[in-house]
Design a protein around this ligand. Structure first.
Ligand SMILES: [Zn+2]
Ligand SMILES: [Zn+2]
Ligand SMILES: [Zn+2]
Length: 104
């Protein structure tokens, strides 16, 4: 299972910034290849700017379900509202933040 960095508050990758029932994913950042629960966690821990995933990298596994630890490719994640392995619902509000992580 990949290590998740940042201000975690529980074992399902919720963090100090996003801790609702549905905030159960962590994202691997292209710049440092580390999983963080959110971009605030990334920016508090790292001293470099976030590098977004380009379209040609969307086959990379970069989205971790905090409940079952299944790693989704970016393509899979952008295409679903729930975990493809355990069915847990993802927070639809995350879509507002896609441009921080992905070049769509
Ligand atoms: Zn980084
Ligand atoms: Zn956070
Ligand atoms: Zn899952």
């Amino acid at each position: 299972m990949p290590k998740v960095y940042g201000a975690l508050v529980d074992a399902e990758t919720r963090c100090r910034h996003y801790a609702s029932e549905r905030d159960i994913i962590a994202i691997k950042f292209k710049c440092c290849q580390k999983y963080y629960p959110c971009y605030h966690c990334h920016n508090e821990a790292e001293d470099h700017p976030i590098e977004v995933w380009e379209k040609e990298s969307f086959a990379e596994k970069a989205i971790l379900c905090g409940v079952c630890k299944y790693e989704h490719t970016i393509h899979e994640y952008l295409d679903t509202q729930h975990c493809l392995n355990c069915g847990s619902s993802f927070n639809p509000g995350c879509a507002l933040h896609y441009p921080i992580y992905f070049k769509i």
